[in-house]
Each structure stands twice: as C-alpha cells, then as structure tokens.
Design a protein. Structure first.
Length: 486
C-alpha cells in the first residue's frame, strides 16, 4: 500500500504545481530506500500510467459522477484517477485491492461523505469493467493488461456491448480521439488540421507507448561493442540503434542506469536518437568554435564536443545556472574538456562579448510535444496559446542567434515539438527575412540511415513513423550561396 500512497502524493504534487515526474519519483525512491524492486516498479508505473492516461481517466470519472466536474476537488480527482488506472489497465491488480486501498487512503484526508463518493464511483467502474473499451495501453505487456478487443486500436471503442457510452467517432472524430488516446482536445484538433485524421490518430496512439531507453556511446572513451559488453556483464541487454552507429537501445532496464559501471565511467549518456541527429546536422569539426544557445543540461553540447574529438571550443549558454552546473559535471564525467559555460539570457548576449563562431546551434524553447512518450505531463501542462506564444520567442531567438555567425558559418535551428507554427513557420519566416543566409538541405548532412526523416529541406522525425522522439531542425550557411546539383 505504501507505493500507492507515495504515487498519490506525487500525482497530487503534479496536479498542484508544474514539476517533472521523473525527478519526483527519483527523490521519493531515494527517501524510501526500503521499497523492494516490485514496489518501486509499481510506484513508477502508477505515476506515469495515470499521467499518460489522465484525459481518459477523467472522462470515466465525469461519466460516473453526478457531481459537476469542476466541483470535484483536485485531491479527490487524483485519488479516483489512481484507482481507475489500476481497475481499467492493470490486470495484475485485483479490483478490490485497488478500490479498498484507495478508500483507505481517502479516509486519512477526506470527510466521510467524500469517502463514500469515492467508493461508489470506483465500485461502479469495477462493475462496468473494460468491455468494449480499446484494450490495453500501448506498450503494456498483454499479461498485465485488462482484456480488450483483439485488434486493440482506439478506433474500436464505442462498439455495441459496451457498458460505457463512448464518444461517437463519426459524429465528432476529434472528441473521440481525444478521449480514447488521452490527449487534450485543442491539441487533437490542431494535429488533425495539420496531419489529417489517420496520421493524427497514429501519432497520438504512439504517444502512449513507452519510449525505448536510448544511450549515446562516448567514442572518446569506448566503442559501442565495449559499452554493450559492459552492460551485459551487469545482466543488461543492449542492441545497436537502427538509426545511428553511435547509439544503443537498452531493453527494459530493471535497474538505475546511472549506477552502472558504463555510465559512471562516462561511456554512456541518455539521449534519444532524434536529439543526437541534430548534432550530426550541425556537423561540427575539430578545432572549430561552436555556440550552443539555450543549452539546458548540455546534452547536445557534450555530443558536439565528442564529434569534434574534444578539439576546439564549445560555449554553452543558458540563463539557468543550475542547469549549466549539471552540464559541467556531465562533461567531466565524459572526459570532455573543451566546453565552457555562460549563464546569460541569450537575447542579452552580444557578439562583442563572446565573438563569432563557426557553428551556432539554437536548441529553442518549445512546447516539447515531440517528447510526450517520455514526458506525458507535457500534454496537460501545455496551453492552447503556448505554441503561438513560443513561436514569437523562437523567431526572436533565431534572428539573434544569426548575429554570432562567421562568414561561411553554419546555423541550426532545432525543436522537440511537432506543430508547424513552431517549426516550418518559424524557419520559413526566417528564411524569407534573411536572404543572405542560404538554407541548406538537411539530406546532405544526415547519416544515410536517417534519410527517411527528411521533410523537404528540413529534418523531421516522428514517434509513430520512426520510433524516436518528434524533432525538427533547419540548417543555414552564412555568406555563401548553395551550390546546385549536389
């Protein structure tokens, strides 16, 4: 029961304050080291599962409750989500255990009439079960999931025989998709407008799959084969990435990868292939000066330095000093010596203070909607106006970033989102406003294995097409024309 109590506390924290689930889970597990492996796994599953399926769980609550949705207190709604996730999706947990434990948790903080309300909702949900609903969450082992239709897909929902009054797919496809794939309605409508109904459905469904654990191999210290062998000695199975030579995928890691010898020695860095490809598009060379703007925790900065064979200079700029401190520690762990950090607002920074650079990467602030598989809370934290609001900032940052280019220098604009207003629209507007910068086709610099991630002149990856995070990037060169016929 302790794992459920801790999961409830984390989920309530997330409901009340924007936070990162992974950090809350890590801190909680460190504080409760007595939890065995099974309870630690259950805690993690409950937090991520409830967050991932929050929209559909709320639909169930609102279907069952006679109380107006806006009158259900956040703490009560979180308790209901926690129990319903177990009832609807986790076949290994008996209904009575999920219901009884939740009621006991409710008794510690809620008045008797609210406890009765919670009990009634959960028992009715258990009675209705999952008949006619769209089966297990994608990525969940069949043995641990509730039985559902053999075909599984969200399009099956609402068929006859269900005890649930599912939204009508034909009457309002967006509402149906939003509920069944657990995405906010504004986002679903935006995706349908940009991608079409079928593609939007595939993308949303892919967001509910558990993303593979991907690590970049530090070629300054080791090889992919040596890193994989080191993991094998600790009973961790790893396989080469299908996209990049310098990346490996770890299959269902049961232990904290940061505790492995390979990680401690600086051989590995967690980084999805889509993120790694951005550095390949920048294509830095040994001995160059490279500027990484909005560098965050410096994961791309470290990759850039490795591609430069630790020769030259990488200046990582971010306004968050604590992130840069983590970046320095991470660089030290990997044996990288050419990274300098600067805590500064990018828009305040001037070429006169730091000089000009051979290559500039703007890893722009964005909605992050390409990383929902790893960070499911993003879809609930993002407001309908955020993409446009961020696009204004991205446009301003991109214009400012170009001021730091030397003649012949390369500028790359990258995001980890999928909406055109933050991606193609920003790049297209900049391309029109800066005819002195030549837009270079991404296909020229991407590894041959990644050519299907080309979208016109841009780099574009998708979770439902490539099983990587959703990224976008564009590349320009300053002061030279693009040769034709290459």
């Amino acid at each position: 029961m302790l794992s459920r109590i801790l999961a409830y506390q984390i989920l309530l924290h997330l409901e009340q304050k924007a936070s990162h689930p992974d950090r809350l889970i890590r801190t909680t597990l460190e504080r409760h080291s007595q939890l065995d492996e099974r309870d630690r796994a259950l805690l993690t599953e409950l937090v991520y599962g409830v967050t991932r399926w929050q929209g559909r769980l709320d639909w169930h609550i609102d279907e069952l409750s006679r109380t107006r949705p806006d009158r259900i207190a956040p703490a009560v709604r979180v308790l209901l989500r926690l129990a319903l996730y177990q009832v609807m999706f986790l076949g290994r947990i008996p209904d009575h255990a999920a219901v009884n434990d939740t009621v006991e948790i409710a008794k510690t903080s809620q008045p008797p009439h609210v406890v009765r309300f919670i009990n009634a909702i959960l028992r009715e949900a258990a009675r209705r079960g999952g008949t006619g609903e769209p089966g297990p969450p994608a990525g969940m082992p069949e043995a641990e999931a509730r039985p559902g239709p053999p075909s599984g897909g969200f399009e099956q929902a609402g068929r006859s025989g269900s005890l649930w009054n599912w939204p009508d797919r034909l009457k309002d496809p967006a509402v149906h998709m939003g509920v069944m794939t657990s995405h906010p309605l504004w986002l679903v409508r935006s995706l349908i407008d940009e991608m079409g109904l079928e593609e939007a459905g595939l993308f949303c469904a892919s967001n509910n799959r558990i993303a593979p654990a991907v690590f970049r191999v530090n070629t300054l210290k080791t090889s992919l084969q040596e890193a994989a062998q080191s993991l094998k000695l600790q009973q961790i199975e790893a396989a080469p990435s299908p996209w990049l030579d310098g990346a490996i995928r770890v299959k269902s890691p049961r232990q904290d990868m940061t505790k492995t010898a390979a990680f401690k020695e600086g051989w590995l860095q967690a980084q999805d292939e889509a993120s790694q490809i951005v550095s390949h598009l920048l294509s830095p060379k040994p001995g160059e000066r490279v500027l990484d703007l909005c560098a965050g925790l410096g994961v791309k900065s470290a990759h850039i330095a490795i591609l430069m064979k630790n020769e030259g200079e990488v200046l990582s700029v971010d306004k968050s000093a604590w992130k840069l401190e983590e970046a320095r520690k991470n660089a030290d762990r990997q044996g990288i010596t050419i990274i300098r950090t600067l805590a500064e607002d990018v828009l305040v920074l001037q070429p006169g203070s730091i000089g000009l650079f051979d290559r500039v990467l703007l890893d722009a602030p964005c909605t992050g909607l390409g990383t929902v598989r790893r960070k499911p809370d993003i879809k609930w934290r993002t407001h309908v106006k955020d993409p446009y609001r961020l696009s204004l900032l991205q446009t301003e940052l991109l214009s400012h970033a170009s001021r730091f280019l030397r003649v012949g220098g390369v500028l790359v604009y990258a995001t980890c989102t999928v909406l055109k207003v933050e991606d193609e629209s920003v790049a297209g507007r900049f391309n029109t406003e800066r005819p002195d910068l030549a837009l270079e086709p991404a296909a020229r610099k991407l590894p041959s294995t990644c050519r299907e991630m080309i979208s016109g002149p841009y780099y574009r990856s998708w979770p439902h097409k490539h099983e990587v995070d959703g990224f976008f990037a564009a590349r320009w060169r300053a002061g030279v024309s693009v040769p034709q016929g290459i």
